[in-house]
Ligand binder design. Structure first.
Ligand code: KG4
Ligand code: ZN
Length: 334
């Protein structure tokens, strides 16, 4: 079969990213322009500023990606784009750019769900073996998904309130770490010891999660200690928080792995970069003889390479969109 090249665009949050992916598994070139430094001073992503920056940068990033690959849009077999979920104004920029390219160059247009993208970031690492379980842990999502074949997503559990990434960012904020705090809490946790007693979130028989309780417990603890004039050991607090969160995530995920008798466990989304989560899942999967697949660090947070990897399977099924494709900022994966 002839090689398939897909030009993919991702602008769902604060990264303007464009990538060229060959046959759904090989990165030819990827550009990720992060706006983190711009949003840092506001303590989080400001949607209007994010969309304005996407508008300014999208054509430059597309050109840079093509140049790096030494390819032209004419060489592409399709144009793929994230249509949701995400920030409305940010998504529109990517979708309009993709539609324009698809129209001018007469290429099929492929609309990719952002979480499908995060899941298929793992395809850039290894071939997927079904059935599999994927733990999706990002800034907006915390879900356990069962896949019996390519592009079949069955959500078997998810968060009832905050996402795990959100709670990491919130905990970081109360101890004075700038946005996005997740990676810094992860670093601190490796230095500290588990000394603070925090509540275990939703330890029941379901595959659901709840992180608002532990988040509030951390906020109250910091508040109370400050009022008493006591210093917080931020490293120990980070370790105590991370231990509890990773414990419940891995416990429920491994129960799903066993119950569904799967061949692989995948981890997806920004929090899949968390070192303790990766380490602990590796230990548990080795014990259970299940193959663990985690994305390379550069594919954990938002990027267009994962969108190109996911789009390949839609290309094979000819699941193309028309040029009146609309964004869906709150679309669910199933
Ligand atoms: O997937 P992502 O880039 O954006 C969304 O689609 O939401 O995820 C971003 C989230 C942020 O909350 C960030 O703090 C978290 O992923 N994150 C981490 C780590 N790296 C990124 N959380 C914990 N440990 C990390 N190493
Ligand atoms: Zn994401």
């Amino acid at each position: 079969m002839k090689d398939v090249y897909i030009l993919a665009i991702e602008t769902s949050c604060d990264e303007t990213s464009v990538s060229i992916i060959k046959n759904g598994e090989e990165e030819i070139s990827t550009i990720v322009l992060s706006q983190i430094d711009i949003h840092k001073k506001f303590g989080g992503v400001v949607p209007e500023i994010a969309s304005r920056n996407h508008v300014e940068n999208i054509t430059i990033v597309i050109e840079e990606c093509l140049q790096k690959a030494q390819m032209k849009v004419e060489d592409m077999d399709a144009v793929a784009v994230t249509y949701g979920p995400g920030l409305a104004g940010a998504l529109i920029v990517g979708v309009e750019a993709a539609k324009t390219l698809a129209m001018i160059y007469d290429k099929p247009l492929i609309a990719v769900h952002h979480i499908a993208g995060h899941i298929y970031a793992n395809r850039l690492e290894k071939k997927l073996k079904f059935p599999l379980i994927c733990l999706v842990v990002s800034g907006g999502h915390t879900e356990i998904i069962y896949m019996k074949e390519n592009y079949s997503f069955e959500k078997i559990g998810g968060t009832l309130d905050d996402s795990v990434g959100e709670s990491y960012d919130k905990v970081a904020r109360v101890i004075g770490v700038p946005y996005p705090g997740g990676p810094v809490i992860d670093k601190y946790a490796h230095i500290g010891k588990h000394t603070y007693n925090l509540p275990v979130p939703l330890d029941d028989d379901s595959y659901n999660f709840s992180f608002s309780g532990i988040k509030s417990a951390v906020i109250n603890l910091v508040h109370n200690e400050k009022q008493r004039g006591n210093e917080i050991n931020v490293y120990d607090l980070a370790r105590s928080f991370e231990d509890v969160v990773v414990d419940i995530l891995t416990k429920k995920t491994m129960r799903a792995v066993n119950e569904y008798n799967v061949k692989q466990l995948l981890v997806a989304g920004g929090v899949s970069a968390n070192r303790w989560l990766r380490e602990k899942l590796k230990q548990l999967c080795d014990k259970e003889n299940v193959e663990l697949v985690v994305p390379e660090f550069k594919y954990c947070t938002d990027n267009a390479a994962m969108i190109g990897a996911a789009a390949y399977y839609m290309y094979l099924d000819k699941r193309f969109s028309s040029l009146d494709l609309k964004i869906k900022p709150t679309d669910k994966i199933n």
